[in-house]
Design a protein around this ligand. Sequence first.
Ligand SMILES: Nc1ncnc2c1ncn2[C@@H]1O[C@H](COP(=O)(O)OP(=O)(O)OP(=O)(O)O)[C@@H](O)[C@H]1O
Ligand SMILES: [Mg+2]
Length: 294
Amino acid sequence: MDTRATRSGWLVSVSVWRVLFTEVNYLGTLSHPYLVKLVGYCLEDEQRLLVYEFMPRGSLENHLFRRSSYFQPLSWNLRMKIALGAAKGLAYLHSDEAKVIYRDFKTSNVLLDANFNAKLSDFGLAKDGPTGDKSHVSTRVMGTHGYAAPEYLATGHLTTKSDVYSFGVVLLEMLSGRRALDKNRPNGEHNLVEWARPYLRSKRRIFRILDPRLGGQYSLARAQKAAALALQCLSVESRHRPSMDEVVTALEQLQDTKEGGNHHLQKRPGSRSLDNNGGKAAGKGKPAPHVKPV
Ligand SMILES: Nc1ncnc2c1ncn2[C@@H]1O[C@H](COP(=O)(O)OP(=O)(O)OP(=O)(O)O)[C@@H](O)[C@H]1O
Ligand SMILES: [Mg+2]
């Protein structure tokens, strides 16, 4: 379900207020390099605004799926760096310190700073994590279609492993350059996970799902490892999925050791450069905060 539907209407103000205070509560108390900072909020008449730290390069969704000369394709190394940052954000949320299930992990909620460091935003749907073996049971399944774990869709059971599944969907979107759900694709390819699963299982066929815009930037061995990680996260049985700490460890092994610098950026002839000086979104001077109506 698109959360925007529940957030936008005046008539659902009770739910809006609940979501707002949940969000303020979480973001206000949680602080981590891989979480977007909530700078403040404004409650006035019908205006309800959350003010976030401005993330100059916007969302991962835009970089992966916007087809314009402004958004040049992300390189393999950048994709791995962003995946690691996002995984660290989720691992922190799942830690004993935070005990939070994100519940709405998707590419539009992974935001990027000027150096393509990933930070997670939007905790409006987050809930206190379960203690011990207990999981949350919600009669109303929330989150975004295409990213939700099968057991959560079927039963409303929510655990940290539901987030791991959503992470697997995002990792697959990063590897393939395809959206989790895309009605514009041919029949049989609308649902990314269903389409990709057989290819992910075969070491020899995984190149079929890799984003053609990546060219020859990755080694086959690394691509196979990344695909195997995505497949593990997408296990139908939640107990077969890794923890986010294990995902972080796996992604650390897939990082480019030559950290930093513009070798991360793949340039396309005729495209506007998104390097450290030229990126329009990066702008000059102190960035304004990002204001989001809820
Ligand atoms: N802090 C921010 N800094 C810069 N851009 C942002 C920031 N927060 C959001 N954006 C931009 O605004 C877009 C919309 O974000 P928003 O959170 O309102 O919607 P969404 O992520 O698509 O859905 P949802 O409401 O379910 O989170 C993002 O995809 C991103 O491009
Ligand atoms: Mg968002």
